[in-house]
Design a protein around this ligand. Sequence first.
Ligand code: ZN
Length: 89
Amino acid sequence: MAVSNSDRPSRPPQKKFFHRKKFCRFCTDSNIQIDYKNPMILSNFVTERGKIMPRRITGNCAKHQRELTVAIKRARTIAIMPFVAAEGR
Ligand SMILES: [Zn+2]
């Protein structure tokens, strides 16, 4: 059975992902430190659902993206765990 592709619908041209300044934020601004105790910074790199944004969106370099991932995971861990020092008595 011969399949004809001649009437295949032509796709619209793919829009390019909007071009944001593609440079690592942590390399650009040395004042920003990746710190798992600083959720203000970490929250810039997670989605509303708390997922870590991929590097192609954040534009971070591999080194900093990696540090960031570790920091976010660490921050999650301490947020989930009970604060031991606040042990009531
Ligand atoms: Zn960097």
